[in-house]
Every structure is written in C-alpha cells, then in structure tokens.
Design a protein around this ligand. Structure first.
Ligand code: ADP
Ligand code: MG
Length: 575
C-alpha cells in the first residue's frame, strides 16, 4: 500500500463507526432499490393475466410506492451522512496540517512560500472530503450491481454475459487511460500551488506593493498567474479527463444498446415475457449506474491520491523539536557557553567560524558588528533555531541538543527589532507571553516597560484591539509591548535584537528605560548599534567576517584602539 492510500485508510479507520453506520443504511437502500424492478415487472405480468384480482395489484402498487419513497429517503440520508463525514475528516486533516506547519523548523518557514503550502493543504483537504463522501457508497453500489446481474442472469443469461464482458472492457480501459490524466492533474496541482504562492506573497507584502505604487502592475500579474498560467494546465487535464469519460461513455452506450436490443429480440421471439422485459430494462439501468459510479470513483480516488501525496510530503518534514533531546534542567542558572562553534546556512558558506564565548549567569553581552556579519544568526542558534555544524552551545554545561526545545524556548524571551502583533486586544496579545498572568501582573509589566502610559491613553485602554478602532501602534510603542511581554515571561535569558535601531531619540529613551529595568539580573545577549546601549554591557563582542575579533568591556576596548574604538569614534562624531 502506498503512503497516500495508507493515509486515507488510516483516516477512514479512525472514523470506523460512522462509516459502518453509513454503509449499513446505504446497503438497506441498495436492497430496496434492487427490489423495485422485480415488483413493477411482476405487476406488469399480473396486469396482463386475465384472472388477477384488483386488490392484489393495488397492494403491490402500495408496496412499490413505499419502497421507492423509502429508498429515496435512505439515499438522501446516506448522501447527507457522507457529506458530513467528508467535511469532518477534511477539517480534521487541515487542523492537523496547520499545527504541523507551526512545528516545522524556522529555516523551512524562511524558505517556503506560505501561499504554496496553504494551497497544498486546502487542495488535499478538498480531495479528501470528496473521496470520503463517495467511499461510503462503494459497498451499496457493489451490492446493487451484484443483485442486478444475478437478476439478469435469472431472466436471460445470454444478455447478462454481454454485460459482464462490458464490465471487463470498461475496467481495463479506465485503468489504462487514467494515468495520463493523473500526470496532467499533478501538473495542475503544482501550477495552482506555485501561482497562488506568488499571489499570496504579494498579499502578505501589500505595504511594499503600495510603497512602489505597483497595484496596477500586480493586477496584471495576478491575471497572468491566476488565469493565463492556470487555465492551460486545467484545460489539458480536463481534456484528458474528457477522453476517459467519452471512452467510458462509448463502452457503456454500445453495451446498453446491445443488451437492450438483444432483449427486444428475445421478447419478439417470445423467449421472455413482456413483464420480464420491463424487469430486465429496470435492471440494466440499475447495473449501469454502479458501473459509472466505479468509473468515476476510481478516477476521483486517483485524483485525490495525487493531492494527498503532495500534502503528505509536507507532513514528512521533521518538526524541529525532533532534532532535540528531552532533558530539562531543574535549577537553570543562566550560563551560556559557545564552544568552537561553526555555522552556515549553506555548506559552502560559513557564517560563523570558531566562536568561543562564555556568558555567566546574569551577565549582559553586547554583539557589535557590520550588518550581515551573523549577529542575528548567533542569537538564533542560542534559541535552538538551528544546530551548529561544528562545536556546541551549552546551557549550564549541558549541550542544548540534549535539551528539550520547549524548555529552551521557555528560558528565553526575545525582544525583536519589530514586533508583529495578533489582530486581538492588547491584553490578549500581552498574555500570549504568559497565559496565566493576571490583569494586575500585565499592568505591572507594562509599567516596568514604560508602556502603561500610552496604553491607558488609548480609547479602550488594555482592551483596545490592535489594528482596529483606528489604533495603529508606532514602532516605539510596539517595542515597549515587546519588553512588557519579556517581563511577563520573566525568563532567565534575554535576547534583544536591535531593539532601538529604528527609533527616534524620544522613543529610544523610553524603550531604553524599559530595557535597563528588564535586563537586571538576567543573562542577556543584546545586539545593538547605539553605543548608549552597548557601553553598559558587561562584555562587548566584536564580530568581523564571522569571527570574534575583540572581546572586553567598553573601557578596555576603547583603550585597545581597535575596530570597536573606530566604530565608537565614528558614531560619536555623528551623534
Ligand atoms: N535563512 C538564511 N538562509 C541563508 N542565508 C542566510 C539566512 N539568514 C541569514 N543568512 C545570511 O547569513 C549572514 C548573517 O546574517 P545575519 O545573522 O542576519 O546578520 P546580522 O544580524 O549580523 O545582520 C548574512 O550573510 C545573511 O545573508
Ligand atoms: Mg540582524
């Protein structure tokens, strides 16, 4: 069994009970449906006989009516149950897929286009829903086919044989022709994903589009992506699909006429009665409907497999926590040591080379260096976003690859250069850092972060919705929210990545106040350009070309008159 089939089977297994119910109900429906031609055929024969009592005819008509109403009710019922189950399964798979998406390593998220993945997930989910809604009909249709064929054999075996040969021919052609269609469908999926990936990318970066007044240009590109690129591949796939359908149609059409034509001859020759002829006619119709059903089921199944396979590829990517161990440290003091650490995103290109650095508990270390030198990379290594290519990182003497990733991240709060908030109230955003925090604690943290003053001046204070109600926070305000969140999390280790880089002097002062209060007693890695921030650090690390070239405190490094001193002089001159 291939992995896509196994996936579908597993999903079905998990919903065993519902499926059994549907199959049971549908089977009853199939039995009722196949009984119907027998009844009206008999009715016709009886009506031809001179001595039939009218009451008997009426009774049979009554039974016929009840049977057809019942089978109609049941078929609608199974349709309904199948749809509900299909939606349940596809929604569950989507929920699982999105959760999985969040657990994937940061490098995956940096590389992959979100839109493409969302397309992949939703297309697979749609196919899954389609297939589940249909699959519950398999057994009833099979029974219907079987009963009809048996009934036809009883009436006239020669004609039933024609039908059996039709089945075989039909099956062979369907299986043979379906492959080119599937290849075309695969290309169709890939095109959809790629083009939607492009479109979503623009939607996510709408500000960039607006900055460069590219709306009209993007409109053209959207049309190109969503219409010009997609239409031909869909046309191709639909064409292949049409070919399969028309050949299936030819086979069933020809066979239908042969069987029915044969039946007419047998009728004329007096080999079957008119009542039997009518019965037979009913059974031909019943037998062909499952045939069409299986023809389309097989193709839909193959189509779903194509979509599900693409989606399973995503599921196979290892969640980042899997690359880490399970240890936690009971009494973590906050010592971080980097030993002979080498790291590169690409094998050929090392970003960090032979880094050795010891950060004692409660110590603050400033990383200084040109942009692109690897400061953020170093901080992200400490957070366990990547594992070093060589050397190691230790927390209180334990290699972080042995530590549980959740535990590591719990020990660290990050104040990024710019914080993106959820479309929710401020309080809910803040509580994201610590869901158990009381409102009082939230307010205290905001006070410490110098954020309380601007929050309380907002129309609904802490319950103001971000993004709505005309509230758009400035970068300095968002920065203070980030600091408040770090206070709320209250971890042993802090990482601040250029927290004041993009701020004006007034905001910088406010943010700096918050930072000074925040880092007290905490192991801190701070990446900064402003020497107002850097000079207070216990240790300053100068990175050049991926290596540490200078290490010491402000006074020592100034005395050394090296790179740090030059940078310092440069900025003093500018300030
Ligand atoms: N996801 C990535 N894939 C490949 N290269 C990357 C990635 N992220 C950063 N880099 C490269 O690594 C180097 C260091 O980047 P970074 O740590 O962001 O520098 P800094 O924070 O010092 O400005 C840069 O040359 C950058 O182009
Ligand atoms: Mg950076």
């Amino acid at each position: 069994m291939n992995s896509s089939t196994r996936f579908v089977v597993d999903v079905l297994k998990r919903n065993r009970k519902r499926i059994y119910t549907i199959v049971l109900v549908a089977t009853i429906g199939a039995i009722l449906t196949t009984a119907t031609p027998y009844i009206y055929g008999t009715l016709f024969s009886l009506s031809q006989a001179p001595d039939t009592a009218a009451n008997l005819l009426l009774a049979l008509i009554g039974i016929w009516l009840i049977l057809s109403l019942l089978s109609n009710y049941i078929s609608n019922m199974t349709g309904y149950m199948g749809e509900v189950l299909g939606v349940k399964i596809s929604q569950e798979s989507e929920a699982e897929a999105y959760s999985h998406f969040l657990t994937l390593p940061i490098l995956f998220h940096k590389k992959e286009q979100r839109g493409e993945i969302l397309q992949k997930i939703s297309r697979a989910s749609w196919s899954l829903q389609d297939i589940v809604a249909t699959i519950s009909d398999v057994l009833p249709q099979l029974l219907m086919l079987l009963f009809s064929v048996v009934a036809m054999f009883v009436i006239k075996w020669q004609l039933a044989m024609v039908l059996l040969i039709t089945f075989v021919v039909y099956g062979i052609f369907t299986i043979k022709l379906v492959n080119p269609e599937m290849i075309a469908r695969r290309i169709e999926h890939r095109t959809y994903e790629k083009q939607y990936g492009r479109v979503y990318d623009k939607l996510y970066n709408v500000f960039l589009v607006k900055n460069f007044v590219m709306e009209d240009e993007e409109r053209k590109r959207f049309f190109k992506s969503l219409v010009e690129k997609i239409l031909p591949v869909v046309k191709n796939a639909a064409g292949k699909s049409r070919r399969v359908s028309s050949i299936q149609g030819i086979i069933t059409g020809v066979s239908f006429v042969i069987v029915l034509g044969g039946a007419i001859f047998f009728l004329k020759a007096g080999q079957i009665t008119p009542g039997e002829f009518i019965m037979f006619f009913g059974y031909i119709n019943l037998a062909f409907s499952p045939l069409r059903f299986f023809g389309s089921l097989y193709r839909r199944y193959k189509r779903a497999v194509v979509a599900v396979r693409r989606f399973l590829k995503l599921r196979r990517i290892t969640p980042e926590r899997m690359t880490h161990g399970k240890k936690t440290l009971g009494n973590f003091k906050g010592e971080i040591v980097l030993k002979n650490l080498d790291f590169g995103y690409l094998k050929e290109k090392r970003v960090l080379k032979n880094i050795n650095l010891k950060i004692s508990p409660g110590e603050s270390v400033a990383l200084v260096g040109k942009s692109g030198v690897g400061k953020t990379t170093l901080a992200e290594l400490v957070m366990g976003y990547y594992l070093p290519n060589k050397g190691k990182i230790e927390f209180d003497g334990t290699d972080i690859s042995e530590l549980q990733l959740k535990w590591i991240r719990d020990q660290i709060a990050v104040v990024p250069q710019d914080l993106n908030l959820f479309n929710d109230t401020l309080i809910n955003n803040l509580k994201y850092a610590n869901p158990d925090a009381t409102e009082k604690q939230v307010i205290e943290s905001c006070k410490a972060a110098s954020a309380d003053e601007f929050i309380t001046s907002l129309p609904k204070s802490y319950h103001t919705k971000v993004g709505e109600e005309g509230v758009k926070l400035s970068m300095g305000q968002r920065q203070r929210i980030a600091i408040a969140m770090a206070f709320l999390k209250n971890p042993k280790v802090l990482i601040l990545d250029e927290p004041t880089a993009a701020l004006d002097a007034e905001s910088e002062r406010k943010v700096q106040e918050g930072i000074n209060r925040l880092i007290k007693g905490k192991t801190t890695i701070i990446i900064a350009h402003r020497f107002s921030t850097v000079r207070n650090a216990d240790k300053i690390v100068v990175l050049e070309k991926g290596k540490i070239t200078e290490l010491g405190n402000h006074t020592e490094l100034v005395k050394k008159k090296g790179t740090y001193y030059h940078l310092y002089k440069l900025q003093r001159g500018l300030d």
